[in-house]
Design a protein around this ligand. Structure first.
Ligand code: HEC
Ligand code: HEC
Ligand code: HEC
Ligand code: HEC
Ligand code: HEC
Ligand code: HEC
Ligand code: HEC
Ligand code: HEC
Length: 413
């Protein structure tokens, strides 16, 4: 090779490197810090374009176990049976992804999920049985009688459909029937592309829906000893530990997921959030669930990974006293309202008279809060947001009842 050619080659080579560097510098930082070539190869075609088009998605995906295990974009986005499709840059993709796209690889999680109240009962609580197939209704009713074969919720009807879309339905869509015949959304807890267990173990993730005065689980957790310790120590925990080996060394303080779902220290992971419960706490007057014994034992064996038996038994006994006492208070108030209706002093329609709202708040806010607070360590919720308000609402109801009766008596000839 002559000097001239070497010079040209070196010149061209340098120019290429320099221009590549310049081009790279001009590109947004998010692109230059792209994952390695190996990763791009594993994820294939989609990444080529999408790191320009929707780069955040690539960054989320790059962090996931799916990227580590070579699950590609197409694996999730390809159509499953009965899904509407779209043509996209030479690929046929599903128009909308549902639990069905996850189920192809995670059948166990799907099966547990659909038999829980996060499945069909969650959607039916607002909309009723509309949209479910007969087969789906029968399936859900065997696990949760009366929860799917029911009419649409009266309050939801009263408030109107437009509001329901972004209100009730946004939370209750966790169990929505999909047009492909599957039920629900897995991404409510895992997100679409990070598909992370660490995210699902954060209390805020459950708190997207489990918050507010009618189900204050997030607020209760945050003020409990567990919640305070978790906030203080979460940076030292391994929230991304595999569910198959999760130990108290990874997480020595429980979050919502630990108690209701995790496979701590060799216990089985469950996507059936109903499995470890023993009372229907959300009901106006709480009764024991049919699997009371099993549910309670399952939860207690979880507590026992971290606590002594005597502590746990005492905790449950005290919480059950709160349930019994709340039941009595709620029943008395509901009885009084029923008497007024029987005496013809209230219309038969629900939610058209102030006393009905007070009675609703009494059990739906304060009764529930007292019970949930007792079982999840929220003293302030048992007391000031619970029992104090129960007393106040009771007095208000009595006052209205007395005045309605007095008015009726003076009207009589
Ligand atoms: C040749 C470039 C290119 C390729 C290859 C490509 N995409 Fe896209 N994709 C785009 C562009 C551009 C958009 C539109 C972005 C926007 O609307 O701003 C898009 C949008 C999408 C959307 C949203 C569609 C919608 O309307 O809701 C999905 C989902 C998607 N791509 C997935 C994929 C998957 C999965 C692959 C691989 C199987 C892929 N893409 C391959 C360029 C590409
Ligand atoms: C674990 C499954 C999974 C994988 C893997 C996956 N996606 Fe998605 N993606 C989803 C789900 C679920 C949605 C929501 C779709 C819907 O609601 O119809 C989605 C939505 C999208 C959208 C539309 C998002 C928006 O907000 O507009 C794009 C674009 C997209 N994915 C691209 C990709 C690309 C590119 C990859 C690979 C790097 C990829 N996806 C990998 C599950 C996945
Ligand atoms: C093509 C098969 C495939 C599809 C489709 C798929 N996954 Fe996965 N998923 C895997 C594999 C493989 C792993 C890693 C091995 C394991 O943990 O079992 C995994 C792991 C996970 C994990 C555990 C992550 C962790 O941090 O430990 C979650 C959560 C998950 N997937 C959720 C989903 C969700 C939600 C969808 C649908 C939106 C989905 N997957 C779709 C194959 C798949
Ligand atoms: C912020 C999210 C969210 C919104 C908005 C919401 N809910 Fe709920 N709902 C929940 C959660 C979480 C529970 C579970 C409470 C529990 O078990 O303690 C629940 C429980 C219920 C229940 C009792 C369970 C059952 O199956 O009977 C009914 C009924 C209900 N919701 C109806 C509605 C209606 C109707 C609306 C709108 C007017 C609505 N919800 C709005 C999250 C929400
Ligand atoms: C997208 C909203 C949403 C998210 C996120 C969510 N839930 Fe729920 N959850 C609901 C609704 C709605 C219900 C009430 C279902 C019914 O009974 O009608 C419910 C009910 C429950 C129940 C009671 C089940 C029963 O049998 O009564 C438990 C326990 C529960 N969720 C735990 C969790 C945990 C733990 C997380 C987080 C890991 C979580 N949820 C995340 C909406 C959600
Ligand atoms: C230390 C364990 C623990 C933690 C942490 C925990 N829970 Fe609970 N949770 C319980 C127990 C115990 C019960 C009552 C069980 C029973 O019915 O026997 C309960 C009841 C519930 C119920 C009531 C279901 C009904 O019948 O109304 C829901 C919903 C729920 N928890 C959600 C959550 C959410 C969301 C979080 C986090 C913000 C959380 N839990 C944190 C232990 C826990
Ligand atoms: C209510 C929130 C929630 C929903 C909804 C949910 N998951 Fe999970 N998922 C979790 C939690 C929490 C964990 C981690 C459990 C633990 O800590 O051991 C998990 C773990 C997983 C894992 C890892 C399991 C293992 O043993 O390694 C997979 C896979 C998974 N989920 C798939 C799904 C699929 C598929 C769906 C939809 C059918 C789904 N998840 C719906 C909360 C949820
Ligand atoms: C992963 C471990 C873990 C699990 C599971 C767990 N806890 Fe705890 N719990 C703790 C830790 C750590 C503390 C703080 C103890 C301390 O003060 O040093 C605590 C504190 C408590 C306290 C407050 C004690 C006090 O006097 O301040 C109660 C009550 C309690 N737990 C009950 C329960 C119940 C009931 C369950 C099951 C439903 C449960 N815990 C599950 C780890 C756990």
């Amino acid at each position: 090779m002559t000097f001239k050619y070497v010079f040209i080659a070196v010149f061209l080579g340098t120019a290429l490197v320099v221009s590549a560097l310049l081009v790279n510098r001009a590109r947004p930082q998010q692109e230059t810090s792209q994952p390695s070539a190996d990763f791009v190869r594993a994820a294939g075609k989609c990444v080529e374009c999408h790191r320009r088009e929707t780069s955040a998605i690539i960054h989320q995906y790059a962090k996931s176990q799916h990227a580590v295990h070579n699950v590609t974009c197409y694996d999730c986005h390809r159509p499953q049976p009965d899904q509407a499709t779209m043509e996209h840059k030479g690929f046929t993709l599903a128009q909308h992804l549902t639990a069905s796209n996850c189920r192809q690889c995670h059948a166990t999680e799907y099966d547990q999920f659909v038999r829980s109240r996060h499945g069909a009962p969650a959607w039916a609580a607002v909309v009723g049985s509309d949209g479910f197939s007969e087969e789906q209704i029968t399936f859900a009713e065997t696990y949760h009688p009366g929860t799917v074969r029911r009419p649409a919720n009266l309050l939801a009807i009263r408030e109107g459909e437009g509001v329901m879309e972004m209100g009730c339905m946004a939370c209750h869509a966790i169990g929505k029937p999909n047009t492909d015949g599957s039920i629900g959304t897995c991404t409510a807890c895992h997100a679409r592309h990070s598909t992370s267990v660490a995210l699902a173990r954060q209390p805020e993730t459950c708190g997207q829906c489990h918050m507010g005065p009618d189900h204050s689980q997030l607020e209760i957790f945050n003020e409990s000893k567990h919640g305070v310790l978790f906030a203080a120590q979460k940076d030292q925990m391994r929230l991304d530990a595999s569910p198959k080996t999760l130990s108290t060394a990874d997480m020595s303080v429980p979050t919502c997921a630990t108690c209701h779902m995790s496979g701590l220290e060799g216990m089985n992971v469950t996507h059936d959030v109903t499995e470890r419960l023993s009372w229907w706490l959300f009901a106006p007057v709480s009764k024991k669930r049919p699997n009371y014994q099993l549910g309670q034992e399952a939860m207690k064996s979880l507590c026992l990974k971290c606590h002594a038996r005597s502590q746990v038994e005492r905790f449950y006994q005290e919480a059950e006293v709160v349930v019994q006492s709340t039941n009595k208070k709620v029943q008395a108030s509901l009885d009084l309202v029923a008497e007024l209706r029987a005496e013809g002093l209230l219309t038969p329609e629900p939610f058209d008279e102030p006393i009905e709202f007070i009675a609703f708040d009494l059990w739906h806010y304060y009764g529930r809060t007292a019970k949930h607070g007792a079982f999840m360590g929220g003293a302030d919720f048992v007391q000031w947001h619970g029992n104090y308000e129960l007393l106040l609402k009771r007095i208000e109801i009595e006052e209205i009842a007395a005045s309605l009766r007095q008015k009726a008596a003076t009207k009589r000839p």
